[in-house]
Design a protein around this ligand. Structure first.
Ligand code: SF4
Ligand code: SF4
Length: 438
């Protein structure tokens, strides 16, 4: 949404009522609009149904905010979250809307200087830069923001700002599982307290199915990227995953269903999202919150095809489902906890499950290269990229690690590195083809 379009004008009153800084907010909307226009909207061969996800990107500060205001006006509650470890199913069963707050815009990063050092990851800086600059509409629209003990940057931010947090263990022993199960139950009690009523078994079963449906439709949409000619680009698949977390869940399921139908028809007709051939690449690493798609954009406009995403805005979010067969409330909480405990974030040590998952994905999606996307100062994914390369060395897939932030200054440097990488991957593909006698 640009600052001057009619919808934005309608929402100005709402933003003013929320106490936002309208002048800075206009600047931020313009920055997001410009990036979206030059990345997604400039592409040809996009599925028509992507327009709903384009609208959801802009709606994150407009229609979605209006929905949450209405939900709260009717007595509903909302909380802010920062990580895919927070079990949405439980919040939704209590009638609480979980709102993902991770910032993906470079515009707000410098506003974080008010409280945070410059050498922490841009995701944290962008998030709090939005809050400090008065451009986050969700700042006053929540009962509280819930952190989690994953990386150091986040943990220390919660301490500084006085946010409560869930304790995510850093290992995967039986003791850690028990700790996590008790944290999930503590979260459920918190949600009940907030809602002023107990979570009913039927409501939890419904929300488990619904959140699983969101993961299932993402699995199917991403499944189309396994085709030799993917009907959806990596850039667009990323936008779908990003908006899956920010949209109203029913609205997302409806839009994703329409996209899935279109992808099916494009697949039957052999319609590709790509105009030219190019090596198939797996993106692995730090998350790409809504508003950030720099590496996908540069890679796909430099001849690579990102056909799989191993990140929290990719398979890490949708890969595992909660077991829907659990009987009583207690075993449902265990099933939910166990599903989240299987997440293979780089905050775990060791994190060998992640290596197995990347190995499996590399085969399923038929990739010839891996792009490690690391947000600057995200030490977990940065250091782990080397261990990951070692663990899958036998696959002989070349990789490239790019450490970057949300700024646009290094785009051309990244492009040069990616083009060299593309040549390397293409060379490897030719050698393999020659070796196999094809
Ligand atoms: S990378 Fe780790 S800390 Fe960040 S959102 Fe994913 S699971 Fe949470
Ligand atoms: S991107 Fe990395 S450093 Fe930043 S908040 Fe997520 S896990 Fe922490």
């Amino acid at each position: 949404m640009s600052a001057s379009d009619p919808a934005a004008l309608t929402y100005r009153r709402m933003w003013a009522d929320l106490g936002m800084n309208l002048e800075l907010h206009d600047q931020m909307l313009e920055a997001i609009e410009r990036v979206h226009r030059t990345t997604h909207l400039a592409r040809r061969n996009r599925p028509l149904a992507m327009s709903e996800f384009d609208a959801a990107l802009h709606g994150a500060h407009g229609s979605r905010v209006a929905e949450i205001i209405e939900h709260r006006r009717r007595g509903g509650k909302s909380i802010g979250t920062f990580c895919i470890y927070v079990p949405d199913e439980i919040a939704l069963a209590a009638g609480v809307i979980p709102m993902p707050l991770c910032g993906g815009t470079g515009w707000s990063v410098d506003y974080a200087d008010k409280m945070f050092p410059r050498d922490i990851c841009p995701l944290v800086r962008s998030t709090f830069g939005l809050a400090f600059s008065g451009t986050c509409p969700y700042k006053t629209l929540k009962e509280f923001a819930l952190g989690e003990t994953t990386c150091d940057a986040k943990k220390k931010a919660w301490d500084l700002l006085g946010f409560p947090s869930l304790e995510v263990p850093q290992k995967k022993t039986d003791i850690d599982r028990e700790l996590w199960r008790s944290e999930v139950r503590r979260f459920a009690r918190e949600m009940e307290k907030l809602a002023g009523r107990p979570i009913e078994k039927e409501a939890l079963a419904r929300s488990v199915r619904k959140v699983n449906d969101r993961r299932r439709v993402l699995q199917r949409i991403n499944g189309y990227r396994m085709l030799a000619e993917p009907p959806i680009s990596g850039l667009d698949a990323l936008l779908v995953s990003q908006t899956a977390l920010s949209m109203d869940i029913d609205a997302f399921l409806a839009a994703a269903g329409r996209l899935e139908k279109e992808l099916e028809s494009r697949a039957v007709k052999g319609v590709s999202a790509y105009e030219k051939p190019g090596p198939r690449i797996l993106y692995a690493g730090s998350p790409s919150p809504l508003g950030y798609s720099k590496l996908h954009y540069v890679a796909e406009t430099s001849g690579l095809r990102i056909v799989a995403d191993e990140s929290c805005t990719g398979s890490r979010y949708y890969r595992d489902l909660v077991d829907e067969g659990s009987g009583d409330l207690d075993s449902m909480y265990d099933a939910i906890a166990d599903r989240y405990f299987a997440i293979d974030c780089a905050c775990f040590s060791p994190n060998s499950e992640r290596f197995d998952n990347v190995r499996r994905m590399a085969g399923e999606f038929g990739v010839s290269g891996i792009l490690h996307g690391v947000l600057q100062y995200c030490h977990g994914y940065d250091i782990e990229s080397r261990a990951l390369d070692k663990a899958i060395a036998d696959l002989s897939i070349p990789s490239l690690k790019i450490v970057t932030d949300y700024s646009e200054q290094d785009i051309e440097q990244i492009r040069v590195r990616i083009e060299t990488f593309r040549e390397l991957v293409e060379h490897g593909e030719k050698r393999q083809t020659a070796g196999s006698g094809v």
